[in-house]
Design a protein. Structure first.
Length: 164
């Protein structure tokens, strides 16, 4: 069965927005979650529990050592500062996006998808033969959004998250 990957980013500790985003992704069939940084709190990590989850940290995750320990305790895989996964025969690379050379490195490594957050702006474009995706943000964005990626079918759907 193909995997559906729920992408979220830039929660900045906003638990209600994280909860709403994760709920929406799970209702739409996400079998894996990837949080693309600026998590902001342990309470946001709690929202990722219950499904396979991966995380990188961002420029506003000031205590990433503590967040790493907590995430690992909760069964969340930490890939900081750059993650790599293979899902349904497709290679994914992901980072928060605030360190430009990491994004460029990910593009050069031959990933099919390069995923990032940081800008709080949705992105879905082809760049150097790769699909570059930003799901938007769950804080300081209008609308708040997450995204659902189906690597087997190469489809992406942005999902608006109701404000709380």
């Amino acid at each position: 069965m193909p995997s559906l990957i729920g992408l979220l980013s830039d929660t900045h500790g906003r638990v209600e927005a994280a909860r709403a985003g994760v709920k929406l992704l799970r209702e739409r069939g996400a079998t894996m979650l990837i949080h693309l940084g600026d998590v902001g709190s342990e309470a946001v990590l709690d929202e990722l529990v219950g499904v396979e989850a991966h995380v990188v940290f961002g420029n506003c995750d000031y205590d990433d050592d503590s967040l790493t320990r907590y995430a690992e305790l909760m069964g969340i895989t930490v890939h900081h500062p750059l993650g790599r996964l293979e899902v349904d025969g497709r290679r994914l690379a992901f980072t928060h996006g605030h360190v430009q050379h990491l994004l460029e490195f990910a593009l050069r490594q031959g990933a099919d998808y390069v995923l990032h957050g940081h800008t709080h702006v949705r992105r879905d474009e082809r760049c150097e033969g790769r699909r570059v995706i930003n799901p938007g943000a769950l804080h300081r964005a209008s609308p708040l959004s997450v995204a659902l990626l189906d690597p087997a079918r190469d489809t992406l759907e942005f999902l608006d998250v109701p404000s709380h």
